[in-house]
Ligand binder design. Sequence first.
Ligand code: PMV
Length: 344
Amino acid sequence: MVQKKVTWQSPSNIALIKYWGKHDVQIPANPSLSFTLSKSFTETSLTILDEPGNKDFDFELYLDQDLRPDFKPKITTFLKRIEADLDFLKGQKFRIETHNSFPHSSGIASSASGMSALALCLLSLKQELESKKEESFFKKASTWSRLGSGSASRSVYPKLSLWGKHKAITESSDDYAIAFPERVDPIFEDFCDYILLVDKGEKKVSSTVGHQLMNNHPYAQRRFLQAHENLDALLKYLKLGDVESFGEIVESEALTLHAMMMTSMPYFILMKPNTLKILEMIWAFRKETSIPAYFTLDAGANVHLLFPKVYEQQLGDWVNTEVKALLKNGDYICDAVGNGPLKL
Ligand code: PMV
């Protein structure tokens, strides 16, 4: 076989309605909705080498040109989940080279962008080698991404992605994410997300463990129901362009996610003192200026500051003068809603 190489750039995403709790193989306990980001992405190349390999998946992985055998177990688990579709890789040596646009130690999870970039490479290569056009390429890419990391399923579409069955959206599915199928007020199409890097360290409790702790969690069932209710409300506000009501739901979702962590057994807290300080500063800033800036959080200490693009100057100045001192090395990423993955 001749050497074959494919490269995809795939973005990270930030959930507005949170996925926290799963069953079976990466089936979510409730639907989630996210903004696809623009500047935070992973670029991955997959090269099939012109050398025979052993029967199992025979590959090397490089992160920023460094050989990383420590990543292999997670990737192998993922490949095994879709191995029925990967005949073209069997008995063949291959190489994965990957690079994140954000620093590896930024505390930004690279699993959504990383797993979706790899899934897109695998599917592209399969198509090219088998000369078979996949009818719904992104649906399949999303399904595969989900099997790598749940939230990765949402990274393969522009703007807004929905993953998980929800009664108001017929096309929605637990198996894959879909591009949000309804009209959304233009104010949300270029919304900004400034990622304020409060803590860059390794998380004390991984998402995998956090999801597991939702089994037998005393508030789990009510929480899963609430996600459906919040999604219904958010769908309405996205259509109406009601940024204030949108922000209220999004902040509540972020705090609920962390409340679930604090009420798990064992309990844990991923926020840091400066996370809380910044949340209070955002509330005070909003009150003083009437500028609709809101926060969300993922499973970590960093704060995502969300606001309409028209306020970028004011928020940029505010972060620079007031918030920067609370951030690790003063670092933040000026991200915004983006256009989805790109084949390079
Ligand atoms: O995709 P995972 O297993 O890393 O879980 C991600 C969970 C959250 O980021 C906290 C929420 C979400 O919906 O992305």
